[in-house]
Design a protein around this ligand. Structure first.
Ligand code: NAD
Length: 352
C-alpha cells in the first residue's frame, strides 16, 4: 500500500489571465444568475462599484462591509441586503476577508459564488470557512462554501502594494509546503505544490522590482492558485495550526504571522520530511531550503519577528500550552521543548 492514495478533484471552474473580469457576465449567465450582490472591503469599495459594470443588468447592489476574520455580525448585515435585494448569487471581489464573507453567505443561503481574488491568500479554492463570534474564531469545512467560479484577473492584483504582495505570497507558499508533507497528500497535489513554489519564488523578486509588471504578477498569481489548490486538498500541519493559535491568542495580522512562522515551522519538520525537502530544494533551486527562504524574506522588507507584529514575550509560554493542549496532526510529533525553541526564535527573529 506504499503508493496508494486518494485524490479528490476540486469542483471550481477557473478562469485565469489579464482582463478576465470581462468574462464575468458570461459566467453569471452560465450559472443562470440574474441578480448578484457584489462584496468587498471598505478599502476596495470603488473596485466593487466598478464590478457592477462587469455584471450589467445582473447587478443588484454592493455590500462593502467585509472585514478580517469574517465576524458573524457583518455576515448578518450582509444577509439583510441579500434578503432586501432578493439576490440569486454573490460576486466577491478582494482578498481572503471578502471571500470569507461570500462563503459565510453561501453557507447560510446556498447562493452560488463567483470569486475574483486580488491577493495570494488562497481562500477561493478551499471548502474552508473561518468565522468569528464574540472574538472567538472557529473554522469549518463544508462543500457549501466552495466557490463555483474563480476568476483570476491579473490586472486586479497590480494595485496590491509590494510589501503586502510579498506577505501574501509567503502565505501561499506555506500552503504548498504543508501539502508536501500532509498525511493525505498525493502525487497530483505534490506536483501542484512544487510548481506553485517554483512560480512564486521565481516571480516574487520581479514583482518587488516592478509591481506593475504584468508578466511577474501573472506568474505570481498562477503560483498562488496552485498553492491554493494544495490548501483546498490537504490537511495542514504545525505551521497553519501554530499561525491560527498565535493569531487567535494575540490578534496578530494573518499574512505577517504566516510569513514569519514559515521557516521555523518548516525547520521543525525538515528532518522528518526528506521527500518534501527535496521537492522544495528543486523548486527553489537551492541546497539549503531554510536559509534560502529566510534570504528571500529578508529581501522583501517585511517584518521578520513575531515581537515586531505585536506578540508579547510572555505569550510564548501561552502559545506552547495551547498547542500542547490541542495536539494536531504533524509529521514530527509536537514536543513542548522543541516547540518552545522555535516559537522563541520566531518571536525574536533570530533565524533557523
Ligand atoms: P484581506 O482580504 O484582509 O486584505 C487585506 C487588505 O488588502 C484589505 O484592506 C483589502 O481590501 C486590501 N486589498 C486586497 N487586495 C488588494 C489589491 N489588489 N490592491 C489593494 N488592496 C487590496 O487579506 P488576505 O490576506 O487576502 O485575507 C486574510 C483573511 O483570509 C484572514 O481572515 C484569513 O483567515 C482568511 N483566509 C482564509 C482561507 C480559507 O481557506 N478559508 C485561506 C486564506 C486566508
Amino acid at each position: 500500500m506504499g503508493d496508494a492514495f486518494i485524490y479528490q478533484g476540486l469542483p471550481a471552474r477557473v478562469l485565469f489571465g489579464q482582463g478576465m473580469s470581462a468574462k464575468i457576465a458570461e459566467e453569471a449567465d452560465r450559472l443562470g444568475l440574474q441578480s448578484m450582490l457584489v462584496l468587498s472591503t471598505p478599502e476596495q469599495a470603488a473596485l466593487a462599484t466598478g464590478a457592477l459594470g462587469w455584471l450589467g443588468s445582473r447587478a443588484a447592489g454592493v455590500f462593502s462591509g467585509a472585514t478580517i476574520h469574517t465576524p458573524v455580525e457583518v455576515t448578518e448585515r450582509a444577509l439583510e441586503r441579500v434578503g432586501a435585494l432578493k439576490v440569486d448569487g454573490v460576486l466577491a471581489v478582494g482578498g481572503g476577508s471578502t471571500i470569507g464573507l461570500g462563503k459565510a453567505l453561501a453557507l447560510r443561503t446556498d447562493l452560488p459564488q463567483i470569486v475574483v481574488p486580488t491577493t495570494y491568500a488562497g481562500s477561493e479554492m478551499t471548502p474552508i470557512l473561518g468565522e468569528t463570534r464574540g472574538g472567538r474564531k472557529t473554522t469549518q469545512r463544508s462543500t457549501k462554501v466552495q466557490p463555483e467560479v474563480v476568476v483570476y484577473d491579473v490586472d486586479l492584483t497590480l494595485s496590491l502594494p509590494a510589501r503586502m504582495s510579498a506577505l501574501s505570497a509567503f502565505n501561499a507558499v506555506a500552503h504548498a509546503v504543508e501539502a508536501l508533507y500532509a498525511h493525505d497528500s498525493n502525487p497530483v497535489v505534490s506536483l501542484m505544490a512544487e510548481e506553485g513554489v517554483r512560480a512564486i519564488v521565481e516571480s516574487l523578486p520581479k514583482v518587488l522590482r516592478e509591481p506593475n509588471g504584468a508578466a511577474g504578477r501573472s506568474e505570481l498569481l498562477y503560483g498562488a492558485w496552485l498553492c491554493a489548490c494544495c490548501l483546498g486538498s490537504s490537511s495542514m500541519g504545525l505551521h497553519h495550526k501554530l499561525c491560527h493559535t498565535l493569531g487567535g491568542l494575540f490578534d496578530l495580522p494573518h499574512a505577517q504571522t504566516h510569513a514569519i512562522v514559515l521557516p521555523y515551522a518548516l525547520g521543525y519538520n525538515a528532518a522528518a520530511v526528506p521527500e518534501a525537502m527535496a521537492r522544495l530544494a528543486r523548486a527553489m533551486r537551492t541546497d539549503d531550503v531554510l536559509n534560502e527562504l529566510l534570504h528571500l524574506e529578508r529581501n522583501c522588507d517585511i517584518p521578520l519577528a513575531l515581537r515586531d507584529i505585536g506578540m508579547p514575550r510572555d505569550g510564548i509560554e501561552r502559545a506552547v500550552d495551547e498547542a500542547m493542549a490541542n495536539p494536531y496532526g504533524n509529521p514530527r510529533p509536537i514536543e513542548a521543548t522543541a516547540l518552545r525553541q522555535i516559537i522563541e526564535r520566531a518571536w525574536a527573529g533570530t533565524g533557523v
